[in-house]
Every structure is written in C-alpha cells, then in structure tokens.
Design a protein around this ligand. Sequence first.
Ligand code: 13P
Length: 347
Amino acid sequence: MTQYRPEKADELIRTAQAMVAPGKGILAIDESNGTCNKRFEAVGIEPTETKRREYRELLLTTPDLQEYVSGAILYDETIRQSTADGKSFIDVMRDRGQVVGIKVDAGAKPLAAAPGEKVTEGLDGLRERIEEYYAMGARFAKWRAVITIGDDGRPTRGCIEANAHALARYAALCQEGGLVPIIEPEVLIDGDHDIATCERVTEEELNEVFHQLYHQNVMLEGVILKTSMVISGKGAANRAGVEEVADRTVETLLRTVPAALGGVVFLSGGQGVEESSAHLNAMHQRHGDRLPWPLTFSYARAIQEPALHYWKGEPGNVEEAQKRALKRAKFNGLASQGKYSPDMESA
Ligand code: 13P
C-alpha cells in the first residue's frame, strides 16, 4: 500500500515547513492553568486569569520575536484571549506571520495496573475540538506523552505501546482536520539513570511511535516530532557532557526517525537555559550535514524562565522581560544553525 494522503495534505506540508523554517523554532506557552499557576507562585506572581493573560501578552508581543519563533503552542484559555488593547492573540500571531498552535491533550493520567506510569488522555471528542480550533485559526496541535525511567522496570512495554498508540490516533485526527500534529513522547529527565539508559528507552519509544504512526496511516511529511534529548538523569553521577549528549541524541534520531518526517524539535525538559542552547548547537556543529530533517527547538522553560523571573507580574518590568525572552529565542535560533557560542552569553 502506498502512503495515505489526507485531503489537506498540501496545506499540512506547507504548515510543517513553516514551523521549522531555517533559523527558527517554536515557542511553547501551552502550560495548563495549574502548571502556569505553580510557576507563577514560585516567583510570587498571583495565580489569576488576569496575570496569565498579561504574561502571555508579554511573550507574544515581544518585539522581533518572529525573527526566531515561527509559531507558538497555546492553551485553550490563551487561544481565546486578547491583548489589553483588544486584539486577539490569534491576530497578533498571524499579523507577525506566525503559525498558531494549540495543546489538545487532556493531560497525562495514571495508567491503570502500571504503578508510577502515565498515559495521556483526550481522544474522546477530539475531532470536534480540532474542527473548532481550525476554524479559529490554529494550524498545528500538540499532544505530550510522558515516559518515566525507574530501576523498578519502568518504562514497561504496556506504557510505551499505550502512549504511542494514543499519539498515532491523535495524529491521524489532526491531519484529517488540517492541523499538523506535534507528536511529543517525552522521556523524563527525572531520576539518576545514566545516559545509556536514556538512549535505550528513547530508541524503544521512538521505534514504537513510528510503528504506530504507520499503522494509523499518518502522513509523515505533515508531522513534527517533539522529543527529549538523550541525556543523563538529573540526579545521575558524572552526567554526560555537551558533546556526548549531542552525539547520542543525533545517532538515536538517525536510527529511529524516518527521513520523510516534516521536522524534529526539542523540549527543554528541565535542562538549564544555556545548556539547552549548547546542546542544540553542538548537534548542528558536529552533525549538521547528516541530518535529513530540520532540527530545532520548541522550548517552554528554556525560553521563558529568564523573562518570567524578571517580570514578577510588574507592568514596569515588561520591556526588560521581553528583552530576556528575545535573547533566548535568538540564541536558540542561532543554535539551530550551529552559530551559537557560550561566549555570547556574557557579551
Ligand atoms: P519545556 O521546554 O519546559 O520542557 O516544555 C516544553 C513542552 O512543551 C513540554 O510539553
């Protein structure tokens, strides 16, 4: 059987290409209200809808952000919000030539009969929600699955298969409705596992994801993979350095990700902001000529953190906070072309 082509195939391919245009990446600001509130409270910002709206306005209206950010992933609350002047966030993004994205999963919930593991929910009613978001102006979507490494046998095959299957069902529904699916199987950095363990788990997970995408007739040219890097656990002794992370990540992706895929982007997953730029940069410097797909960033914390910490919810801090967000976006845009250097951080 040859590749199934969804009705909106050409549009999906164009959207995917715009999302990973050279020198650009995707900004993730799709934290659920609960997660956003937690991050606000950690820096003393009131956890209210007003503050969440102000914060997303700050990020989306950052001057020149569109030079390095092709689009942003929004949350359901955010995609319905507007600037203080009454311009919808959707129009703000479109006027800057950015692609609007939307998180459509309903969160990772405990997987029955699998202690310590999760499966992402949200397939029920998804076709209708995709239709609504497409009509509003969204052109891509995100679904995040989480895979936990533990020395008690995690991840199990059952967890890997359940999550990969849900990702593939979600992806097929997105393509039917005209949204490019971002497929995000995140192998968590939590734990004291070594980098070889992360590599083995990432390889198994990605193989299963592409197996399930094939069986659900998903058109790979219109899919973006959002993956974690192959990296030592946060609590590991002797964590691997930048070059080893870059080498093992690229080797794992080359072994598992079909060349036809629209693009690959990374989450930052708890890495530091400078580390996130250095890792992406090293992949391009060391392996740039071997990559069959665009390889760039889709960070949340690694772009937002300096801005959030500076802003603190104060109107007088907006301008400087935006400069900090722009700096991370620019450095990651450079890293996606192998043109970043840690020396730039202090300049
Ligand atoms: P981080 O970059 O903070 O890991 O977030 C990316 C993301 O979208 C997680 O789903």
